[in-house]
Structures are given as structure tokens and as C-alpha cells.
Design a protein around this ligand. Structure first.
Ligand SMILES: Nc1ncnc2c1ncn2[C@@H]1O[C@H](COP(=O)(O)OP(=O)(O)OP(=O)(O)O)[C@@H](O)[C@H]1O
Ligand SMILES: [Mg+2]
Length: 266
């Protein structure tokens, strides 16, 4: 089964393109892309995950053997390789992926001299978006050109925030970049939601961060909070989303709950 043989959950609804973004490292972006997409797929939504991070954590999270790939998203962004030929099946029936390998690390530099460099990802995704209910883009931990491309290609942002010290550090900078892109390149861009991750109910710090983030973002904060859960950190080494690796775990249940909230938000 390829992506063209699989039906959309709701073909009449406009595709939602969501960039999962935070230039802070290790806050749960890739974990969210893999596990939210898998949960949406289970709910019969057809999802494309776009790995825009040279670390390729979303690709490995789905068990994609990066060493065996002949092409990755770099080739489509910078070498006119047909994007349709990059879309591969994953272990989750309704989820498809455009993988990244370390080759993508060169993109930040190679894009600089290209005309319309901020629009490369948008041009690449525009013709294929309509085949999916959701397109989830995993961003690298920086505000470089790859991330700017994600901000231009996306309709909305999902911002994971880790319940740790300095949780909001850098968020102002992220919102500045968002405003800049909104003013100049993508006026429709909005925040879809803010997701609290790695929450530890035993610590007052987690609670404080949750309160602080809610005071800052208000209703944008998802009601679902992702707990710190060891199954979430183990699943990628098995190349499986947590819903397949440890379905009954708190981590899996949280991402299933999040998928329902995402669907309710539209
Ligand atoms: N809720 C969680 N509970 C336990 N471990 C988690 C959780 N979320 C993520 N992790 C682990 O924390 C680490 C960082 O998570 P992840 O890779 O998703 O973050 P990231 O924001 O994508 O990082 P980067 O900025 O490097 O791309 C990983 O080892 C992941 O397995
Ligand atoms: Mg990541």
C-alpha cells in the first residue's frame, strides 16, 4: 500500500499542516511527531510526517533504516528530486513519512544562495498536502533556514515545552521569528497549541512550569499533558511509536488523548 492507495479520514476538510517547533533542544519535538502521528493514524486520519531535522530522529523513531536510503528530503529541497518518490510507508497503516538523513545538515548552507530559499519546503509540500488530513513537520533545534522553511510551509505551530528549569527560555525568540514570518512570508500562520512535556507530578517544579506556561499562553495550552515516561524514551530504539511498543503505558495513553484533543481542535 502506498500513500495514493490509502483514503483520507475526511477528504472534504482542508489539510492541516502543523510544524512541531521549539529551537530549544530535547523538549520532545520528535517524540511528539512520532507518537501523535501514530495516534492520529489509529484514529483513521491519514498523516504525512516530514522529517526536517538532520538528526533524523523522527525517521529512526519509525524504524526507517536511514543508512539504506538513497534519497532524503535534501534531494527534493535542493536537487529537484520528485517528492512523490520520497514518501514511504511506516509501520503505522495511515502514516507516511518523508525521511531525513545527515545529508540534510548541508541544507542550511546550500539554501543560502537559492532564490526563494524560505519557500522551498512550501513549494515541495503544496502539491501533495491534499492527500493527507494532517502533515506534521519535525523541526531541528535552531532558528535557521530549515526552521524558517517550516514556518512558511505550515498553517499552524505546535510548541512542545519541557516541564524543566528555564522552560520558557527562548520562547520569546521563537515568537519573534513567528511574527517576522507572519508579517513578511506567511500571514496565515497561527499557534495551534502548546504542549507540556516530560511532566513529573511528584515535583513542584513541574507544577510551577505548567502554571507559568498557562499564564503565558492561556487557552493555547493543550489540556493533555505528556508525563515523563520511560516507555516513551525506550520506544525509538525499537523503531516503534509508543502506541505499538507499550500501548498501556502512561506515555501511550497521553499521546492517544492528545490526538483526540488535536482532532477536536480541527
Ligand atoms: N515524555 C517523555 N518521557 C520520557 N522521556 C522523553 C519524553 N519525551 C521525550 N523523551 C526523551 O527525551 C529525549 C529528547 O526528546 P526528543 O528527541 O523528542 O526531543 P527533541 O525536542 O526532538 O530534541 P532535538 O531538539 O534534539 O530534536 C529523547 O531521548 C526522548 O526519548
Ligand atoms: Mg528532535
Amino acid at each position: 500500500m502506498g500513500y495514493l492507495d490509502t483514503k483520507r479520514g475526511n477528504p472534504l476538510k482542508k489539510t492541516k499542516v502543523i510544524a512541531v517547533i521549539n529551537q530549544k533542544g530535547g523538549v520532545g519535538k520528535s517524540t511528539t511527531v512520532v507518537n501523535l502521528s501514530a495516534a492520529l493514524g489509529e484514529a483513521k486520519k491519514k498523516v504525512l510526517v516530514v522529517d526536517l531535522d538532520p538528526q533524523g530522529n523522527t525517521s529512526s523513531g519509525y524504524g526507517i533504516e536511514k543508512e539504506e536510503l538513497e534519497h532524503d528530503i535534501y534531494d527534493a529541497l535542493l536537487d529537484d528530486y520528485p517528492v512523490e518518490d520520497l514518501i514511504i510507508d511506516t509501520c503505522e497503516k495511515n502514516v507516511f513519512a518523508i525521511p531525513a538523513t545527515i545529508q540534510l545538515a548541508g541544507a542550511e548552507v546550500d539554501m543560502v544562495t537559492v532564490d526563494g530559499r524560505e519557500h522551498l519546503l512550501k513549494s515541495l509540500l503544496s502539491p501533495i498536502n491534499e492527500h493527507f488530513d494532517y502533515v506534521l513537520i519535525d523541526c531541528p533545534p535552531s532558528l535557521g533556514l530549515l526552521t524558517i522553511n517550516a514556518l512558511v510551509a505550515a498553517d499552524e505551530l505546535l510548541i512542545p515545552i519541557q516541564c524543566e528549569f528555564y522552560a520558557l527560555e527562548g520562547v520569546t525568540k521563537l515568537l519573534e521569528s513567528m511574527r517576522m514570518v507572519k508579517n513578511r512570508l506567511n500571514p496565515e500562520l497561527e499557534i495551534f497549541g502548546v504542549l507540556l512535556t516530560m511532566y513529573d507530578a511528584r515535583t513542584t517544579l513541574s507544577k510551577q512550569v505548567a502554571e507559568e506556561v498557562t499564564a503565558y499562553f492561556g487557552k493555547k495550552v493543550f489540556k493533555t499533558i505528556i508525563p515523563r515516561n520511560v516507555k516513551l524514551s525506550e520506544a525509538p530504539s525499537h523503531g516503534l511509536p509508543v502506541t505499538q511498543y507499550a500501548r498501556m503505558s502512561k506515555g501511550a495513553q497521553a499521546y492517544i488523548k492528545l490526538s483526540k484533543e488535536v482532532i477536536r481542535r480541527g
